[in-house]
Design a protein around this ligand. Sequence first.
Ligand SMILES: [Zn+2]
Length: 169
Amino acid sequence: MRAVNSTSNRAAVRQDEMACIGGRLLEKRHFLVRLLQAEMLQIDEPVGLPKDSADAACSTSTREALYQLGAVEAGAIAEIDHALEKIDEGTYGTCETCGKRISAARLKAIPSTCLCLACKRRQEARARARAEEAYSEPWRLASALDAEQAGEDSPELSVVAVRGRPNAA
Ligand SMILES: [Zn+2]
């Protein structure tokens, strides 16, 4: 069992390819760090005169957008760090979910990936389902709070629930 695994891992990515991928990952990481630093500077800067409500709303949404961008980059940096760790450990190129080898073409296209294509697709499908659930969650939460405050089941509850899940109509 162990022999089979080590053989398949050794065959996954050649040593010279691994060095090349490691270099690309480090390059990408430097780029993302610089981008993140630039964005953080922008977030710090425009906090001057947001007394006018329109200006305040604008700068707030700009800052939120920057924070979201920053979160995307921070996530990408963490992913790269994880991939670099796996190169060090010698587990790079193996899917973390099913343990199968990730195809060389996929690793070339997305060097920081730690999932094979099939597992990544399953993960994305689950994430989509969760996002849809999260989207309807505020409705359910609001209606639950309304009911709690009224001290009884709110008659609006069913209306709100239907609005949150169009298919339930
Ligand atoms: Zn997999």
